[in-house]
Design a protein around this ligand. Sequence first.
Ligand SMILES: Cc1cc2nc3c(=O)[nH]c(=O)nc-3n(C[C@H](O)[C@H](O)[C@H](O)COP(=O)(O)OP(=O)(O)OC[C@H]3O[C@@H](n4cnc5c(N)ncnc54)[C@H](O)[C@@H]3O)c2cc1C
Length: 227
Amino acid sequence: MFITSGMRADYYVIACRTGGPGTSGISAIVVDKGTPGFTQTPLKKMGWLASDTAVLYFDDCRVPAENLIGGENTGWAGIMSNFSQERLGLTAGMNAYSQICIDESVVWARDRMTFGKPLIENQVIRHKLSEMSRMVNATKAYMELLTWKVMNGEKPVADLSLLKVQASKTMEYCAREAMQILGGAGYLRANSGPGKVERIYREVRVNAIGGGSEEIMLDLAARQLKF
Ligand SMILES: Cc1cc2nc3c(=O)[nH]c(=O)nc-3n(C[C@H](O)[C@H](O)[C@H](O)COP(=O)(O)OP(=O)(O)OC[C@H]3O[C@@H](n4cnc5c(N)ncnc54)[C@H](O)[C@@H]3O)c2cc1C
């Protein structure tokens, strides 16, 4: 369910239960598109429209043993390693989206006149921009620290989980505040409105869910930190 690029892919890496319960009973296996019994159905989404997302069905689907990646029942380590990269990458994307919300809001607030003066001359609007900047800067600093650690061979699982939550909450906050600053214009679809904020607003939820939801990330961090 919910497999990104699941329609356009030619090869699929499947996490398949080949052993007992738990993480030590999972293998990574490559399944070719066109394998008898393997079909895909596209899903319609509120965002992430630049990539397709599919449901994959395996109906008595047989693959040769040579398609196994690594050893039998050792697939979990690869999956976990991939999660770390994915969460760092998603964070970089989310913080860029958040920064765009600030940039678009500043341009709009300087240009838009309400009650005889530019919007940005209202302290409440400037405070929104400062709060957004504060959160984006904090997320960026945390991200750069963890990127440095990962590049030096560390596996900061708990921190990467917390970082992803930090980034999605920052993005959610920035998208909300940017939409408020843009007012009604922000509610228009991106190709008919003033900018990109409407699209970013629609991308918030998938970032808070995909690649590890906020709840699961916080729970993973709590377990890793032995709370
Ligand atoms: C557009 C899109 C693309 C995706 N692409 C991929 C992909 O390419 N590959 C892939 O493997 N997955 C992909 N996913 C799946 C994604 O990782 C899952 O949707 C996500 O992990 C949440 O799982 P779920 O949807 O089954 O929600 P559920 O597990 O049903 O959870 C529903 C809600 O309950 C919360 N919850 C669940 N269990 C607990 C708990 N124990 N304690 C507290 N709260 C809990 C969750 O945080 C969530 O908020 C994609 C999802 C989307 C939406």
